[in-house]
Design a protein around this ligand. Structure first.
Ligand code: UDX
Length: 455
């Protein structure tokens, strides 16, 4: 795993890359950009000022700011996120501006022709812009292949009435996706096919299918069955490989990562620490926050907890925690170098919200998980982790201290936990094998490079 690509022979072709400006989308897109750079392509990143990437960490890329005129580097303020999402993500304003920018780039690329545009799948309006310029567009879908299938079945799930079922049906299995319970579908956050979020997903799916190819941060062995199934709906070229195995996500972190965690981790016993983080957008209520704190202490395991400013609604940071917390066994930080923490030998398990980047980072480091999904694809990931891969447990009844400490002990202490942890280590091995010469991920990258070179 690298932070920056080594300089290689340049192929004198340029790829234009347009990430969605949210942490969980920026990280995989910049990992992908580094990977393509390492294959000889020149890279231009289109970015918004809202959540702008740390340009100084990427001296090998060209950056162009597009769409918004907000103040630079405005990170994670809830009001600015809502404003941005409303205008650019939900309404997808900006097609004309993007077309002008792309025309300029295509015209200026005589020595280094532009091969293609790669955007986050959620930037669906970019497909018609790319079509109008005869520019091939590939999409990066930042979720799993499995979630992609479920998301493309939202109209079917709506037809069958799942989104309006009441609590008495929560524990029932979804006929079309037997792995899922009704409550998982409801947790995705869709109320009806007509709500703006569902419309956004619908447009994303439609324009991804119209694109020249789709890329996932995953690997063949991890989602073999799902890959068979997705090809029915997505009959476009498909590529997948585990991004964290090639480049760390840390250089695109929008928040400062607290590196003082390492001297603390160095003092802990091997595989003894529970790392806890719920990603970049999840929020908990104050009651849940206290349940988490008590659950952690009651588990009697050392823990490293990321309490991102804004994680707790109505609270700035730690002020509502009980006196004496975190005690001798715990450490709380605002933001951590997550991938390196997962790779540290003291880390024994990861309590996660099941965001797909976190999931893949954990799989790549062979770390077992406890999943507390909040929204979107996270409940689907939680089922996949706990029931398909069987490398974690799903805390599916909310956040209660007793269930929390039981789950921690199940994964970190009990006999059952040993099997879960062994399986997690085996998946790391499979990811490693996929990236060697002749491995499935290596082949997928080669075919992506050949495909882009053919444009
Ligand atoms: C969301 C969705 O949950 C995810 O499934 C989707 O694919 C992208 O959008 P997010 O909730 O932020 O993303 O979670 P996740 O996908 O796990 O991404 C979080 C990223 O932040 C990871 O790359 C992780 O390494 C990084 N991180 C997290 C840190 O660098 N430090 C931290 O302390 C916590």
């Amino acid at each position: 795993m690298e932070n920056q690509p080594e300089t290689t022979v340049r192929v004198h072709r340029r790829i234009i890359i347009f990430p969605l400006p949210l942490q969980g989308h920026i990280n995989p897109m910049l990992q992908l950009a580094n990977l393509l750079y390492s294959k000889g392509f020149s890279i231009t990143i289109l970015h918004t000022n809202f959540n702008a990437p740390k340009i100084s960490n990427y001296p090998h890329f060209t950056f162009i700011s597009v769409l918004d005129n907000g103040p630079e580097n405005e990170h994670f303020s809830k009001s600015s996120l809502i404003e941005f999402a409303h205008k650019f993500i939900f309404k997808q304003e900006g097609a004309d501006e993007l077309r002008v920018q792309l025309e300029r780039l295509l015209a200026s690329g005589k020595d280094e022709p532009v091969s293609c545009l790669i955007t986050d799948a959620l930037w669906h309006f970019t497909q018609s812009v790319a079509d109008s310029l005869n520019l091939p567009r590939l999409v990066l879908r930042t979720t799993s292949v499995y979630s992609t299938i479920v998301y493309s079945s939202i109209p079917l799930l709506d037809d069958r009435g799942y989104f309006t079922l009441d609590q008495s049906h929560w524990e029932e299995h979804v006929e079309e996706f037997p792995l899922l319970k009704v409550k998982d579908i409801l947790k995705m956050g869709i109320k009806s096919i007509k709500d703006p979020y569902a419309e956004l997903i619908g447009d994303m799916v439609k324009q991804a299918k119209a694109s020249s190819g789709i890329i996932w941060n995953s690997f063949k062995e991890l989602e073999e069955t799902e890959l068979q199934r997705v090809q029915i709906d997505f009959s476009i070229p498909r590529f997948l490989f585990p991004f964290p195995k090639y480049f760390a996500a840390s250089s695109s972190s929008l928040l400062e990562q607290d590196r003082t965690v390492f001297p603390w981790l160095d003092q802990q016993l091997p595989k003894s620490v529970l790392y806890v983080s719920f990603g970049s957008i999840s929020q908990v209520k104050e009651e849940e926050y206290l349940e988490i704190a008590h659950g952690l202490v009651n588990s009697k395991q050392p823990f490293l907890w990321v309490v991102r400013p804004g994680l707790v609604t109505g609270s700035t940071w730690l002020e509502s925690l009980p006196d004496g917390f975190p005690g001798e066994k715990g450490r709380v930080v605002e933001w951590a170098p997550q991938q390196e923490v997962l790779a540290h030998e003291a880390t024994g398990a990861f309590w996660t919200h099941g965001g797909w980047n976190s999931t893949l980072e954990s799989v790549c480091e062979g770390v077992a998980m406890i999943c507390s999904p909040f929204l979107g694809d996270q409940p689907l990931d939680a089922r996949f982790i706990s029931q398909v891969l069987r490398i974690g447990v799903y805390l599916e009844n909310g956040l209660q201290r007793e269930e929390i400490s039981n789950a921690i002990r199940r994964v970190m202490v009990d006999e059952e936990g040993k099997e879960i942890r062994d399986r997690a280590r085996a998946w790391k091995q499979k990811a490693n094998v996929s990236i060697i010469k002749g491995g499935s991920s290596t082949e997928s990258i080669e075919s992506l490079v050949n495909y882009i070179s053919s444009f």
